[in-house]
Design a protein around this ligand. Structure first.
Ligand SMILES: C[S@@+](CC[C@H](N)C(=O)[O-])C[C@H]1O[C@@H](n2cnc3c(N)ncnc32)[C@H](O)[C@@H]1O
Length: 241
């Protein structure tokens, strides 16, 4: 068995044993260990949350004084899966493990202009502390198309941050590597004091996904896609496995 397959199997087995609903949970656990994303009591938004591994990790990290709101176009029953008795991971055909009472779910697209209002309606009175996005479009197999679609969705997450993220808040954004990434990172850098590009060990090496860990949100700064150039990107710290 190749090393990469063995590693994937290891995370799948671990997710099953520990009751996480997806292997993706280990990417967020790793990001949180390295970048200290969550604090007890935080309000968190998780865009593209199905099947819910990140929701479980964030829910555990913020505790019962916190709140985690998941958003996805796929239906999910967080109420039916309450409690930490973890079942089989969704990727293995099981129903997946449980959720704490601090988790809410909204079935909606991040492209929907009414999303911010819906989020406010489920208990965000003001702003959130953290925005997570692991959003991924249905893959066509045509890389340029999949890359463009994923960056488009990530831009919608950034738009949502401009409306809902608190001053000095944090965003963790999955992105697909490709020719539109540089411009997207430059846009993120205009909204955040620091942007780190990170590849977790739990992310397959052959996968072109990367994670932007964005810290120090500056709400007043507006998007300016045509502004600064490559020098901005060169100053981005690159951290990876
Ligand atoms: C890789 S999965 C997320 C895995 C999740 N982080 C976990 O830990 O289980 C990506 C998700 O993005 C969702 N998605 C795709 N397009 C979306 C959109 N327009 N709005 C919201 N979610 C979307 C997909 O339905 C899919 O569930």
């Amino acid at each position: 068995m190749r090393l990469e397959e063995a590693r994937r199997d290891q995370y799948r087995r671990l997710a099953k044993e520990e009751g996480y609903r997806s292997r993706a949970a280990y990417k967020l656990l790793e990001i949180n260990r390295s970048f200290h994303i969550f604090r007890r009591g935080d309000k968190v938004l998780d865009i593209g949350c199905y099947p819910g591994g990140w929701l479980q990790v964030a829910g555990d990290a913020v505790g019962m004084d916190g709140l985690v709101i998941g958003v996805d176009v796929r239906e999910m029953d967080v109420d039916g899966g309450r409690g930490r008795g973890r079942g089989q991971g969704e990727e293995d055909g099981g129903v997946g493990g449980g959720f704490g009472a601090n988790i809410r779910f909204i079935r909606m697209s991040v492209e929907d202009d009414a999303l911010a209002a819906r989020i406010r309606a489920v208990g965000v009175n003001g702003t959130v502390d953290v925005i997570l996005s692991d959003v991924s479009p249905n893959l066509s197999g045509i890389w340029s198309l999949d890359h463009a679609r994923q960056i488009h969705l990530s831009r919608r997450v950034l738009d949502l941050a401009r409306v809902l993220l608190k001053h000095d808040g944090i965003a963790v954004l999955k992105v697909f590597d490709g020719d539109m990434l540089r411009e997207f990172i430059n846009d993120a850098r205009r909204c955040f004091k620091r942007v780190y590009v990170y590849k977790p060990k739990a992310s397959r090496k052959e996968s072109s996904e990367l994670y932007l860990v964005c810290k120090g949100f500056r709400p007043a700064v507006k998007s300016n896609r045509s502004g600064k150039g490559a020098d901005d990107v060169n100053r981005i710290e690159k951290i990876g496995s």
